[in-house]
Design a protein around this ligand. Structure first.
Ligand code: TTP
Length: 408
């Protein structure tokens, strides 16, 4: 069976982290989101078809032409917006067989696919659902007996089954995609295609999944996923060098070539990549992922954060509940604030609108290739765009667009 992975989206809601790369290449617990998707689809497919468009060269260069020996074919989504058009792009590669189609920006465990294959035996198509208390951000799947009755997009704050973005189709889905109209938000949506199939008498089955699932849409979804992976899938493994006088409380994974210097105090779950310099005298707290070639120096405290490759917090920094992109440097004394004094949940601007993250603690979201000067203070939930320079002493109380120069 072929596995079609949708990875052509722009990831606008994840800016500035997607300023220069596709969403699925963002690393969580030091692996790109799409690597988890491929790994969990792996036992069920013999070939991957990845639908690409935005920043496709970076994805192709990163993954290459196979994943653990199974071939990858890249297909560009040339026509139209939306998940239905993305799936349609794979039409000529499907060759009459049933296929899996999966959003490339979700995290799920292997059991999800097993359950779906089981449900598919008696139907024309199948999709995976999970029960949620509040479906405001999801498509609601209405069911009757073993089959789906209808999918309603964003039904508001109601309880029910959410559509998880993992499907099994037969090639007849392409006929229905051809008839799918443009949705209100200007996209061709696979959920509308499925509704058309049901209306014309096709049986669409569903499988209920109760394992962990995460749809990476907004920056704080990355922190939630990082926490889940470190809590549930981290092995205590030290491949680097730990100096005498450093304290490591398991589980902590430390990559080859990394040196942890005396006085460093690391409380797992923490994952540190290859060739990093950690310490002396720093405090790394649970649910922190630090990429490859990073420097975390003296008197630095980091908690519940993602620091991507080649980035540094070298002197006197506090980084809490934050995401720091690749090749970014924090000046001495730069501090992220992650809590409001009124204890309210932190709101973040997403595509021009303020959205409630639902988190009482959320720090900074900093893009790639950013230079932050000394003694910069960053308010909770603020973003700094990629390729920016923030001068010494700046108070970041508003979002900073990419390619900015900000000085006091
Ligand atoms: P979305 O998260 O709805 O879209 P997006 O990735 O562009 O993100 P944003 O809304 O923040 O801009 O997409 C769901 C999945 O479908 C995701 O894996 C990307 C993929 N996709 C495509 O492959 N082609 C498309 O035209 C669209 C809209 C999404």
């Amino acid at each position: 069976m072929k596995g079609v992975v949708l990875a052509a989206g722009k990831g606008e809601r994840l800016k500035p982290l997607t300023d220069d790369r596709p969403k699925v290449l963002l690393k969580v617990a030091n692996r790109a989101i799409i690597e988890y998707v491929l790994e969990n689809l792996y036992p069920f497919v013999d070939e991957f078809i990845i639908i690409v468009r935005y920043q496709k060269e970076k994805l192709i260069e990163f993954l290459g032409d196979e994943y653990n020996g199974k071939p990858i074919t890249y297909v560009e989504q040339t026509e139209g917006e939306g998940t239905a058009r993305a799936i349609y792009s794979a039409k000529e590669y499907i060759e009459g067989e049933s296929f899996l189609a999966v959003n490339g920006d979700i995290y799920f465990e292997r059991e999800a696919v097993k359950a779906l294959l089981h449900a598919f035996r008696k139907a024309n198509a199948a999709l995976l659902v999970k029960e949620f208390e509040d479906l405001s951000h999801f498509g609601k799947v209405e069911v009757e007996g073993e089959y789906v009755k209808e999918i309603k997009e964003k039904p508001g704050n109601v309880r029910g089954y959410a559509n998880l973005g993992i499907y099994l189709f037969k090639p007849d889905v392409f006929e229905f995609i051809e008839k799918t109209p443009l949705s209100k938000r200007g996209e061709y949506e696979i959920t509308d295609t499925i509704n058309l199939m049901i209306k014309s008498g096709k049986k669409v089955a569903y499988a209920v999944y109760d394992g962990y699932w995460n749809d990476i849409g907004r920056p704080w979804d990355l922190l939630n996923l990082n926490e889940y992976i470190l809590k549930n899938h981290l092995k205590h493994e030290i491949r680097g060098t730990v100096e005498e006088g450093a304290t490591i409380i398991p589980p902590v994974e430390i990559g080859e070539g990394t040196v942890v210097k005396s006085g460093a105090y690391i409380v797992g779950p923490v994952k540190i990549g290859k060739n990093c310099k950690i310490g002396p005298n720093c405090f790394i707290r649970p649910y922190t992922s630090i990429g490859n070639h990073c420097h975390i120096g003296n008197a630095v405290e980091i908690k519940n954060s993602i620091i991507m490759d080649h980035s540094n917090a070298p002197h006197l920094n506090y980084v809490g509940d934050s995401i720091i992109g690749e090749n970014t440097n924090l000046g001495a004394g730069t501090i992220t604030a992650n809590l409001r004094h009124d204890n309210k949940t932190i709101k973040v601007e997403v595509k021009g609108k303020l959205e409630d993250s639902g988190r009482r603690k959320l720090g900074a979201i900093i893009g790639h290739n950013v230079k932050v000067g000394i003694n910069v203070s960053i308010y909770p939930g603020r973003k700094i765009g990629s390729n920016s320079f923030v001068g010494p002493g700046v108070i970041v109380d508003k979002n900073i667009p990419p390619n900015s120069l900000v000085i006091v």
